[in-house]
Design a protein around this ligand. Structure first.
Ligand SMILES: [Zn+2]
Ligand SMILES: [Zn+2]
Length: 758
């Protein structure tokens, strides 16, 4: 029996839902996930029903004005997912709903709705596809335009195309024949129709066939465990995904999550060439109108496959039959604002709720995922070799200590009088690049730092140029001749003299991709060099254009940051040079070695994917580091063993769970005082669990990046095993902790399973 009071979550940063009374007419008719119109101060707003109670929590509870939908707008599984995210990630349910539902959907049908479905003239085939083909053949001579239009319609999904893309006269002719209808209909933006020709399936390797047998069993409902697809670079993980999607019954939908949409152009065009139905692409850069269209089409079950980033985990697919998380180790799956959910974890829960098989895939699985496989929570599907017998590239670790004194990428100041041009690329790598280029091959250089020089220091007084808003060095950008902060975007024209002492003694130190590009252009005059980093990729479409140019062989050398490491396939690329892995290894974060191993393995995996073998040269000051040694040997298991031992000893994930309480404030002293007081509350609330040995509260300590955007930053870290030992008590305390933070004038973010502690 439903109570007379209903909890309604609004699209607002409130600590919890608001309570309203249920009017007589709606008693017993409201369900969770349903939209209701409720009074809010002088106006009103649209919220979702999230729960019921028999008693008012405060006096003066106002009634719900009306229910907006007969059928709840939020399907039960999505509502359950949103509730799960709010609970697990210690977030108010209103904010979890805001992350899940596009604004235009929540306000659908009301005047505040920003978007409406767009109707266009749509031509649709009125006869079966086979007959259309026969008619097209008959008309090929007498009415060639009508014949071509028929062929296009027969190839289109459900025989429908926007009338505007077809010859108008031909359509009118076909309409007169009674074989095509033309009528206004909703046209979905954001869904890509399949191209005319679909490529046939590829013959699977032995490992692929064995893996697919297991996936097939899951699709048939014979096994329910998630799969971890651990496939080396180039082993054909995508092929497995494709086959699983293709073999789904046609009334089922699939969801494929990818870490970053701008870098998945190659994947999406590959999918489209191989799947005979439309693919919907879902990401945060879609307009409100596009999201609205996609949501509606998905809800109607018209979309067979949604490919998307993090937020696509909320796509309303009524008969979800398969969930795939590609590159599951990627940190971009983590949302860094409330709710701080991890899309891989949300996808697992989504699949569980729908009873759908799930594949999480990577060439370098996260320690969390690999351990779950070791414990039997996942079934491991290994693809240990590259597809079609191409060998993995040979990886050499080049000891920079043997080639020259401190590497410029370390940022160490150069002694006075040293040559003006520091050589970033050690001679053996330079020679190898020259040979590869002479052989007509392509070369990739990786350096995970953009800009020209990461530090600028005065040779007289020793002061460095720092961001006035953040406690970090400014990075010199050569094309614009300015210094920029990579955290807050502050920029200033390059000064001639030291701002501290006035001496004309400023010196650029260290190296980023711009300096590397310059050095490569000097070393190989006449060669086409492209650069791919956040600076060159920030313009819309620029990133994919660089990738397409390099793929088409319009350039010889590609220089880039980790943007070049992800899933790209260049058949003519035979040499990869990795610079500065030490930068990754030495970050003050417990996942530094894992990130370095993953990025070096992934970028090395770009080499030799065509018919010529690949070679990778990693220049480093730490060639004996286990992460680099394992990456060079393509030995994930030894890395996993060594890294696991370290994590277990220090009580880090996957051997414990973390909750980070991140605090920031404008005033350093007030923040420090507030952080101490909040840490005291956290310790008190977790005292019993701490005494039982299931929790440890660390801090507060200043964050490694102590000041960003004029805000001082501090963090409290809770280690817990199991997570609920900390999350349970903290969930009950969240409202009071937030209240204490607000009173102290600081901002508090609760981050469960943080991926970065910077
Ligand atoms: Zn100075
Ligand atoms: Zn800054």
């Amino acid at each position: 029996v439903q109570g007379r009071f209903v909890d309604v979550a609004l699209r607002l940063a409130l600590p919890g839902p608001l309570q309203f009374s249920v009017p007589e007419a709606l008693l017993g008719r409201l369900v969770p996930g349903q939209r209701v119109l409720v009074p809010l101060r002088a106006g009103r707003d649209v919220g979702y029903v999230v729960g019921f109670s028999g008693e008012p929590k405060v006096s003066g509870v106002r009634p719900v004005q009306r229910a907006l939908d007969e059928v709840p707008q939020l399907p039960p599984d999505l509502f359950a997912l949103v509730s799960w995210i709010a609970a697990r990630y210690l977030a108010p349910i209103g904010l979890a709903l805001r992350a899940a539902v596009p604004q235009a959907v929540q306000y659908e049908g009301l005047r505040r709705a920003a978007a409406r479905e767009r109707l266009v003239q749509v031509a649709s085939l009125l006869l079966p596809v086979a007959e259309a083909g026969g008619l097209a053949a008959q008309l090929a001579r007498s009415a060639p335009a009508q014949s071509r239009a028929l062929v296009s319609l027969a190839a289109a999904p459900s025989g429908r195309l926007p009338a505007a893309v077809l010859n108008r006269g031909a359509l009118e002719g076909l309409a007169r024949r009674g074989v095509v209808g033309i009528a206004p209909a909703p046209m979905v933006r954001g869904v890509l129709a399949p191209p005319g020709e679909i490529l046939p399936p590829v013959e699977p390797s032995h490992a692929q066939a064995a893996a697919f047998q297991r996936i097939g069993a899951a699709l048939a409902g014979e096994t329910a465990r998630p799969f971890l697809v651990h496939g080396v670079t180039g082993s054909g993980k995508t092929e497995l995904y494709l086959r699983a999607v293709r073999e789904l019954p046609s009334d089922r939908q699939a969801l494929l999550l990818v870490p970053e949409i701008s870098l998945t152009g190659q994947l999406i065009s590959h999918l489209r060439r191989r799947l005979p139905f439309p693919v919907a692409v879902w990401h945060h850069q879609l307009s409100d109108g596009e999201k609205y269209d996609l949501w509606r089409a998905a809800r109607r079950g018209e979309v067979r496959l949604v490919v998307g980033t993090r937020s696509a985990v909320f796509a309303p697919l009524p008969r979800l039959g398969l969930v795939i998380v590609d590159e599951e180790h990627e940190t971009s799956y983590k949302q860094e604002e409330t709710p701080c959910y991890h899309a891989r974890e949300a996808a697992l829960e989504r699949a569980r709720l729908a009873g759908a098989p799930v594949l999480v895939g990577s060439a370098t699985p996260s320690l969390e995922s690999r351990r779950r496989a070791a414990e039997g929570a996942y079934e491991l599907l290994a693809l240990p070799e590259r597809h079609s017998g191409i060998p993995l590239p040979v990886v050499e670790l080049l000891d920079l200590r043997l080639h020259r004194a401190p590497a410029p990428v370390s940022g160490a100041p150069r002694p006075r009088g040293a040559p003006e041009e520091p050589r970033l690329i050690a001679p053996p790598l330079l020679d190898a690049a020259g040979e590869a280029l002479a052989a007509g091959d392509q070369v990739l250089f990786f350096l995970n730092r953009r800009g020209f020089a990461p530090f600028t220091q005065c040779r007289r007084c020793g002061e460095g140029l720092r961001c006035p808003n953040c406690r970090v060095s400014l990075v010199f950008h050569a094309p614009e001749r300015e210094h920029r902060c990579h955290y807050c975007g502050y920029r200033v024209p390059a000064p001639e003299t030291c701002p501290s002492c006035g001496a004309p003694a400023l010196r650029l130190a260290g190296s980023g991709t711009q300096r590397l590009e310059q050095e490569i252009r000097r070393a190989f005059p006449g060669r086409e060099v492209l650069r791919l980093d956040r600076d060159t990729a920030s313009r819309k479409g620029a990133g994919p254009a660089v990738i397409a140019d390099f793929e088409a062989g319009r350039a010889d050398v590609l220089v880039g940051t980790q943007l070049v490491a992800k899933g790209l396939h260049f058949p003519r690329l035979t040499l990869v040079g990795v610079l500065g892995p030490d930068l990754l290894l030495n970050l003050p974060d417990f996942r530094a070695a894992e990130r370095a191993f993953s990025i070096v393995s992934q970028v090395a995996g770009r080499a030799g994917r065509g018919d010529r073998p690949g070679r990778v040269i990693v220049q480093t000051l730490q060639p004996e580091h286990y992460a680099l040694r394992a990456a060079a040997a393509h030995d994930y298991e030894s890395f996993y063993a060594e890294e696991s031992a370290f994590r277990e000893e220090l009580g880090y994930p996957p051997f414990a769970d973390l909750v980070a309480l991140r605090l920031d404030g404008a005033d350093r002293d007030r923040l420090a005082a507030a952080a101490e007081s909040i840490a005291g509350r956290v310790r008190a609330c977790l005292a019993a669990e701490t005494a039982a040995g299931r929790c440890r509260v660390l801090g507060p300590v200043p964050a490694p990046l102590e000041r960003i955007r004029n805000r001082w930053r501090s963090q409290i870290i809770v280690k817990a095993r199991p997570l609920e030992a900390a999350a349970g008590p903290l969930r009950a305390e969240t409202r009071r902790l937030q209240e204490a933070a607000r009173r102290a004038g600081v901002h508090l973010l609760l981050d469960v399973d943080p991926v970065s502690l910077m």
